[in-house]
Design a protein around this ligand. Structure first.
Ligand code: ADP
Length: 719
């Protein structure tokens, strides 16, 4: 016969709770075997507590059915706990010991089930019937329990103390620490054993401790991001404490004052305690909610502090237009607020199509400077839009759920990233924030990650704006430079054009009188007899010829076309041969050697006037000759002809005096010369330039040539 015993009611609830936890553990992860083993202790505890609940509810148990049921569970608490540590920690060598523990358990079980030598009877306590065990049983059983349960604790403790474990796997470390702590608490459930020996020891304390312990173990195993655990622990703690007190007080009061109540109220004595219980049960939830709120406030204080600082940072970020400052603000804020050992920000670069390290804080080790756009990490972040914690990636990699995690783990290790936070602007992955360990050695909680995501999303827009701004600034700068360059060219062109027109006009005007002077001088020369007169006339003729040559040059320069400009397909080799034939003798007399080198197979064809191209080369050779003679008795002119993409390149270099820096920008100016008066006109290079431009080519001086001068002519290759 059974009756309603309030003490038993609590135990019923507890046993259901344990069953629920066991099932939860079993279903929580994909590793079926580990989950199964880890859930076993919960079922054992459920049996133990359910057995007692039934026993407490029995009016007159008579048989030992429920005690036997209780012990069938209790016997295996030790072995199953031990077994779960062996499986969890992968301690393969202890497998034999696990088997031995189960076997011993089975021996105890057989004795409990088939004989009455171990459980000798029942004892009635104030709260109901309780088992009574024989000393022959309890001493070996206690030993057995201590050894198996102690073995489990030792396994955890060894792992906990293992060198480097904390640094390498902070998450796992915390998990083990909790497990250890909670198993230790669970062991206090053994206090109930005193009752089994016949002591008047109310076993509720043991039940509560075990419940708290077990709850925490369950969470420690389950939670990936462990920082939520304090919240869970506090909540569970408050819940159990509130209900133990709220429901316990009426019991205790009833226990103490039952006789007095019966005397005072007679047969309806129970109305008072029942009313009390109802009242307490009603206020219970309010007390719970009140305390829970208080606790939450305390627990979330840190989070609120984060929020405040980050909100401020986000607000500030909108005002900063300088990209570098903005990025620095982000890494600074994150590092300071959460107290992280180091952090780096990889910003997406449109040109290089990858994430470049743009801001960093406290990174000492050699940090990779970029993250590839399609790297496993970037791809994952892009797809899932969530921060990644390396510990978790590692766990998933180990569980072998997805081989991509192995790669991500490797990448994160290379980046020294404990956490990687993505920042999105709509669907575009804007930057990846890489964070190191916390200074406190603590682990990242989901709460931290939420805060990072918040910051990342709030700064995204500001960064996008700043980079647009920056791009614009860069563009304006480069455009201004381009403009200035064009303007310079324009001025130069304008100058040349003015000088050209002027010179052309003057030349044209001088040409006719000059022709008259020359013809008349020549005519007089043929008739005059006097020697002095003849000499004078010869000087006039010489001077007039010189003038004519200058005038002709001026006319070329001003594009007053001289007679006979022929445009054709011409081979540069031929042009160079002609120049050599023309100047070769003169140059060799001056001890100057000309080396011509054709790179690649010919012909080197361009469209243009052979005459003009030869004129350009002649001019360059003569300038080189003058430059060499300036400093030495002998020298070399080296010419190389090669093909570029769609062009032909002629390089003329010499071993002469070279061109000083201040003159480099001037030598193509008309009338610029460093030569003595009467020797140079300063028109040679300007004419060369206008001829080459006429041919749609360019002529430049090679900058940085150590000695001598090098002129480079590029002409479009003939098709
Ligand atoms: P000119 O030869 O009549 O002086 P150019 O226009 O041909 O006029 O040359 C301008 C100036 O450029 C020269 O006076 C000389 O200072 C410099 N120059 C030209 N070619 C060379 C060279 N190969 N080596 C050194 N200086 C040179």
């Amino acid at each position: 016969m059974y009756y309603f015993n309030p003490y038993a009611a609590a135990l019923f609830i507890l046993s259901v709770y344990f069953l629920f936890l066991g099932a939860f553990i079993f279903l929580s992860r994909r590793k079926i075997w580990t989950n199964f083993v880890c859930s076993l202790p919960y079922y054992c505890c459920a049996m133990w507590i359910f057995g007692y609940a039934m026993l407490y509810s029995s009016k007159d148990p008579g048989s030992l059915l429920w005690p036997k049921f209780v012990y069938s569970g209790v016997i295996f608490i030790g072995p199953t706990f031990y077994h779960s540590t062996v499986v969890l920690l992968g301690l393969k060598r202890q497998k034999k010991l696990v088997r031995a523990a189960y076997f011993t358990g089975l021996v105890f079980l057989a004795q409990v089930l088939f004989t009455n030598t171990l459980i000798v009877g029942l004892k009635k306590h104030a709260w109901g019937y309780h088992t009574l065990v024989s000393p022959a049983f309890h001493i070996p059983f206690l030993l057995f329990f201590i050894i198996t349960y102690g073995g489990a604790l030792k396994n955890l403790f060894d792992k906990y103390r293992k060198k480097g474990f904390r640094q390498e796997q902070p998450l796992e470390f915390t998990r083990i620490r909790y497990l250890f702590l909670q198993y230790l608490m669970g062991a206090l459930g053994g206090l109930n054993y005193f009752t089994d020996w016949g002591f008047e020891f109310y076993p509720f304390v043991g039940y509560i401790l075990v419940t708290i312990g077990i709850t925490l173990v369950a969470y420690a195993i389950l939670k990936h991001r462990l920082l939520d655990i304090p919240v869970v622990i506090t909540r569970t703690g408050i819940f159990i404490a509130v209900y133990t007190i709220v429901l316990g007080i009426p019991f205790v009061i009833t226990g103490w004052s039952k006789n007095w109540l019966v005397k005072e109220c007679g047969i309806n004595w129970w109305i008072l305690p029942l009313g009390l219980m109802a009242a307490f049960a009603t206020i219970g939830p309010f007390i719970y909610i009140y305390l829970d709120r208080k606790a939450e406030k305390r627990l979330l204080r840190e989070q609120n502090r984060y929020r405040e600082i980050l909100k401020q940072a986000a607000r500030e970020s909108a005002r900063i237009h300088n990209l570098r400052k903005l990025l620095n603000l982000i890494v600074y804020t994150v590092t300071k607020t959460v107290r992280i050992s180091y952090s780096g920000l990889y910003l997406f670069d449109e040109h290089e199509v990858r994430f470049n390290l743009k801001a960093l804080r406290n990174i000492k080790k050699k940090q990779p400077t970029f993250i590839d756009k399609d790297s496993p990490l970037a791809a994952w972040l892009k797809d899932y839009k969530e921060p990644l914690v390396r510990e978790e990636v590692k766990r998933r990699a180990e569980e072998g759920q997805d081989s991509v995690f192995v790669k991500i783990e490797k990448e994160m290790r290379a980046l020294n990233a404990t956490v990687a936070v993505p920042s999105f602007l709509e669907d575009k992955l804007l930057y990846i924030l890489v964070l190191g360990d916390k200074r406190s050695g603590g682990i990242y909680a989901s709460e931290d990650l939420n805060v990072f995501s918040l910051l990342a999303s709030q700064t995204a827009l500001a960064i996008e704006n700043a980079s647009l701004y920056e791009n614009m600034e860069d563009k304006v700068k480069s455009r201004t430079k381009e403009l200035m360059e064009t303007q310079k060219q324009l001025i130069q062109a304008e100058k040349l054009a003015t000088v050209g027109t002027l010179a052309g006009g003057v030349a044209h005007e001088i040409n006719n009188p000059l022709a008259a002077i020359l013809t008349n001088a020549q005519m007089m020369l043929s008739t005059v007899e006097n020697k002095d007169d003849k000499e004078s006339l010869e000087m006039i003729e010489e001077a007039a010829k010189r003038c004519r040559s200058i005038v002709q040059k001026l006319m070329v320069y001003s594009r007053k076309p001289m007679a006979g400009r022929e445009v054709s397909k011409l081979d540069l080799k031929k042009a160079l041969d002609n120049v050599n034939a023309f100047l070769g003798y003169q140059l060799s007399q001056e001890n100057i050697k000309v080396n011509v080198n054709f790179q690649g197979s010919g012909p080197f064809l361009v469209d243009g006037s052979q005459n003009e191209i030869e004129q350009v080369i002649t001019n360059l050779f003569l300038n080189s000759k003058d430059a060499i003679k300036n400093i030495a008795r002998a020298g070399e002119i080296n010419v190389s002809v090669s093909k570029g993409p769609g062009s032909v390149i002629i390089k003329v270099s010499d071993t002469g005096c070279g061109i000083s820096k201040e003159y480099v920008s001037k030598i193509f100016d008309p009338f610029f010369t460093t030569k003595d008066v009467g020797k140079g006109t300063g028109l040679g290079l300007s004419i060369c330039q206008s001829i080459i431009e006429e041919h749609k080519g360019t002529i430049t001086i090679e900058s940085g040539s150590k000695q001598g001068a090098t002129f480079i002519i590029t002409l479009p290759a003939s098709l």
